[in-house]
Design a protein around this ligand. Structure first.
Ligand code: 5GP
Ligand code: MG
Length: 175
C-alpha cells in the first residue's frame, strides 16, 4: 500500500503568488542595468523559478545546478555533492541563485561556495522559504519569500520522497 501522509495547508497558492510578485519587484529594481543570470537549484526550485521569471520583465538568462545530500530523507545528511554542474561560464555575470528552502544551510552554502569560485560579478540568493531555527551554517538570504517554523513542508516543487512536487500550495506533513 502507498504511504499516505496527512497534509495540512500552510501557505496557499494566493499567498505564494503575492510573495512571488513582491520578490520580482525587489529583483527588478536591483537588476535593472545588470547582466542577470538566474541559477536554479534542482529539483525543488523549478516551480518557484518558473513563476518568478515570468514576473521579471528584464533581459535574463537561466542555468541550473543539481545538489544532492547523501542519504537524505527529511534531514540533510551534512554531505553535499553536485550531480549537475554548470555547463557555461558565469564569469563577470550578476548571478542570482534560486532555492526552494534553506534549512540547515549546508546545501546552499556548498552551492554558493562552488559558484563563488567561478568569479561572477555578483552573487546573491533568493529563497522561497527559510527555516532559521534549523540553521547550522550561516547563510545570507538576499530575497526571501516566507520564514517557516521547524516543520517539514511539501508542495510547490518541494517533495517527500519525490512525491507532492506538483501541489500548487505548500503543506505541512503531519507526524
Ligand atoms: P539544508 O542543506 O539547508 O539542510 O537543506 C536543503 C535541502 O533539504 C532543500 O533543498 C530540500 O531539498 C531539503 N529540505 C529541507 N527542509 C525541507 C522541507 O521542509 N521540505 C522538503 N520537501 N525538503 C526540505
Ligand atoms: Mg533545494
Amino acid at each position: 500500500m502507498v504511504f499516505q501522509p496527512q497534509l495540512r495547508i500552510l501557505i496557499s497558492h494566493d499567498q505564494i503568488a503575492k510573495a512571488v510578485d513582491r520578490l520580482a519587484r525587489e529583483i527588478r529594481t536591483d537588476y535593472e542595468d545588470k547582466q542577470l543570470l538566474l541559477i536554479g537549484v534542482l529539483k525543488g526550485s523549478f516551480v518557484f523559478m518558473a513563476d518568478l521569471i515570468r514576473q521579471l520583465d528584464l533581459p535574463l538568462e537561466l542555468e541550473f545546478v543539481k545538489a544532492c545530500s547523501y542519504g537524505a530523507r527529511q534531514e540533510s545528511s551534512g554531505r553535499v555533492r553536485l550531480v549537475q554542474r554548470l555547463s557555461t561560464s558565469i564569469k563577470g555575470k550578476d548571478v542570482l541563485v534560486i532555492e526552494d528552502i534553506v534549512d540547515t544551510g549546508i546545501t546552499i552554502s556548498f552551492v554558493l561556495d562552488y559558484l563563488r569560485k567561478k568569479k561572477p560579478a555578483s552573487l546573491k540568493l533568493c529563497a522561497l522559504t527559510d527555516k532559521p531555527s534549523r540553521r547550522r551554517v550561516p547563510v545570507c538570504i538576499d530575497y526571501l519569500g516566507f520564514t517557516l517554523p521547524n516543520r517539514f513542508i511539501v508542495g510547490y516543487g518541494l517533495d517527500l520522497d519525490e512525491r507532492f512536487r506538483n501541489l500548487p500550495d505548500i503543506y505541512v506533513v503531519e507526524d
